[in-house]
Design a protein around this ligand. Structure first.
Ligand SMILES: Nc1nc2c(ncn2[C@@H]2O[C@H](COP(=O)(O)OP(=O)(O)OP(=O)(O)O)[C@@H](O)[C@H]2O)c(=O)[nH]1
Length: 212
């Protein structure tokens, strides 16, 4: 009799919260939608899909949910890739068995409930960076990043001219997984809606009333 196959292990999850929130003028993660902060919405939707959640933010960042904090290894708020590098180096430093890191931003409250299973299942190449897409647009901050690219990313970010996520993705195999828009009475919701401005926040609050 053969033993049943082990279920695939979930990747560690990293919430990217190291940005400036300059368009909003206040930290987006702690704005509220309904009874919860945007960060709490992200955590609730992500928790069943990952092995653990770490918050990628500077030391001293407000942390009412008591999440594990991980600052960027490269100072100066150089962009989300610094957070990705932090997460990959952290997996290596702790000798976790994970082959991939899952990232989501801290300002997208409607993270799909099937984000991780679909990124994992529909990616054909285990060495590719797998990112989500919707409505014909790529969302590289929603990504599954192979731990094996850590060294290349560290080298890439050592050049101050290399900051754009898309520039880095062009150096690697990349796969995209398309997610459906969500039909609501308020209109069509992009599940990757991110909150950058007060207008975005109003829009998200309208959708949340219907979806809660
Ligand atoms: N770790 C880390 N995350 C970042 C950095 N810059 C942006 N992010 C994160 O990447 C995601 C997308 O960021 P953006 O919305 O483009 O930038 P932002 O800084 O949050 O907002 P703006 O200043 O208004 O552009 C958010 O989750 C940010 O927290 C950074 O330097 N380090």
């Amino acid at each position: 009799m053969t033993a049943p196959a082990a279920p695939p292990s979930k990747p560690p999850g990293l919430i990217l919260a190291g940005g400036k929130s300059s368009r909003m003028g206040t930290d987006k993660a702690f704005l509220t939608i309904g009874d919860d902060t945007i960060l709490a919405h992200v955590v609730r939707r992500l928790l069943p899909q990952v092995s653990e959640i770490t918050l990628n933010a500077p030391m001293g960042f407000p942390n009412p949910l008591g999440l594990r904090l991980l600052p960027d290894p490269v100072p100066g708020q150089i962009g989300p890739l610094a957070g990705v590098l932090a997460g990959l180096l952290d997996i290596q430093a702790r000798s976790l068995e994970a082959t991939h890191l899952l990232t989501v931003p801290s300002d997208s409250p409607f993270v799909p409930a099937d984000l991780v299973p679909r990124l994992e299942a529909e990616a054909g190449d285990p060495n590719a960076i797998v990112i989500a897409a919707s409505d014909g647009r790529d969302h590289p901050v929603f990504g599954l990043w192979p731990v094996s690219i850590a060294g290349d990313l560290e080298t890439w970010l050592s050049d101050p001219d290399n900051r754009r996520i898309m520039g880095f993705l062009e150096r690697h195999r990349m796969e995209t997984v398309e997610f459906q828009m969500v039909e609501t009475r308020q209109g069509v919701l992009d599940p990757f809606l991110n909150i950058n401005t007060p207008e975005d926040l109003q829009e998200a609050r309208r959708f949340a009333e219907e979806l809660s």
